[in-house]
Design a protein around this ligand. Structure first.
Ligand code: PAF
Length: 277
C-alpha cells in the first residue's frame, strides 16, 4: 500500500494506473471502523484500484472543540487499510489542502438549511469544498459514501451533478454494532455508560418505522420515537424527522427516511433508516 502525503505524489501514483484501471475512492476523516472498511470492500469489488483519503477537514467543523477532539488514529487506520487491501492512501496535511485561506463558498440551497445543515451552520460548505478538491485530485471513476451521512451524500450528489464531476457515486448501507448502534468514529468517545445506552437511538428509529408500517400517522411515529429517547433523560434530541429520502423535504412520497441527531453526554450522534411504504 502506497501512502502519499502530497498532491503531486498522489497524482503521479494515480497516473501510473489511470489508463488501465477504474479507480474506487473512499474519502474519510480517519478513525476508521468497519463501516469505512465496508466502503473499501465495495470499492475493491468494483474497481481495479482502491484509493482512500484520510484528512480531518477543518472547514467542515463549526465547533473548534469538536475539531480538536475529533479522534485521530492514523497508525491504526493505515494498518486497517493495508489489511483490507487498499492500494493507495492520501494523507495530506492541512497546509497541503489549504495553502491559502478559502475565498470561495459553495451553496447547496434548501438542502443545506435543514436537519444537519440547520444545526451545523457552514458544515456542508466545508464538506462540499473538500470533496470537490479531493475529486479533482484523485479523479476517481467511482466514489463511496456511507448512508449514515445521508444528507452529506445528497449534498455531494448535487455537487457532482452541478459541477459535472466524472465520478459515479455509491451510497453504501449503514454498518451497525451487534446491539444496533450505527458505527461512527465518534463512538469511541462515549463513556462506558453512554455506550450502553446509545443503541436506544436505533431502537427509537425502529419504533417509528414499525408505527409507520402499521399505518399510524407520521406525527405519531415521530412523537413516539422522540418520547422513547426523552424518557431516558440522557439524550438531547436535536431533531428526529420523517422526510422524503431523495431530497429530505417534508414527507409526501412512499420513499421515506427517518433521520435523527442526538447528543449523548458531549457526543453528537446521527442515524437514519429508510422506509418504503
Ligand atoms: O464523511 C466524512 O468522513 C467527511 O465528511 C468527508 C466526506 C471525508 C469530507 O471530509
Amino acid at each position: 500500500m502506497q501512502v502519499c502525503h502530497s498532491i503531486a505524489e498522489i497524482k503521479a501514483e494515480i497516473n501510473r494506473h489511470f489508463l488501465t484501471q477504474s479507480i474506487g475512492f473512499v474519502p474519510t476523516m480517519g478513525a476508521l471502523h468497519d463501516g469505512h472498511l465496508s466502503l473499501i470492500q465495495s470499492a475493491k469489488q468494483e474497481n481495479g484500484l482502491t484509493v482512500c483519503s484520510i484528512f480531518v477537514n477543518p472547514t467542515q467543523f463549526n465547533n473548534a472543540e469538536d475539531l480538536l477532539k475529533y479522534p485521530r488514529t492514523v497508525e491504526k487506520d493505515l494498518e486497517m487499510l493495508s489489511q483490507a487491501g487498499c492500494d493507495i492512501v492520501f494523507l495530506p496535511s492541512e497546509g497541503e489542502m489549504y495553502p491559502a485561506p478559502l475565498s470561495l463558498s459553495i451553496h447547496f440551497g434548501h438542502l443545506e438549511t435543514i436537519l444537519e445543515g440547520a444545526h451545523r451552520i457552514g458544515h456542508f460548505k466545508g464538506v462540499g469544498v473538500v470533496v470537490a478538491k479531493l475529486l479533482n485530485i484523485v479523479k476517481p471513476t467511482h466514489t463511496y459514501f456511507g448512508q449514515k451521512d445521508l444528507q452529506q451524500f445528497l449534498i455531494i450528489k448535487q455537487l457532482v451533478s452541478q459541477l459535472n464531476f466524472e465520478t459515479k457515486l455509491r451510497c453504501c448501507p449503514i454498518v451497525r454494532e451487534k446491539d444496533g448502534l450505527a458505527m461512527s468514529s465518534r463512538n469511541i468517545r462515549l463513556s462506558e455508560k453512554e455506550r450502553q445506552i446509545a443503541p436506544k437511538i436505533y431502537e427509537a428509529l425502529l419504533l417509528a418505522y414499525a408505527k409507520i408500517k402499521s399505518g399510524e400517522s407520521l406525527k405519531n411515529a415521530q412523537n413516539a420515537a422522540i418520547t422513547l429517547l426523552n424518557d431516558f433523560g440522557v439524550f438531547e434530541v436535536e431533531y428526529l424527522e420523517i422526510v422524503n429520502a431523495d431530497d429530505l423535504s417534508p414527507a409526501n412520497t412512499t420513499n421515506l427516511a427517518i433521520c435523527t441527531a442526538v447528543t449523548l453526554g458531549s457526543i453528537r450522534l446521527i442515524d437514519n433508516i429508510l422506509i418504503n411504504l
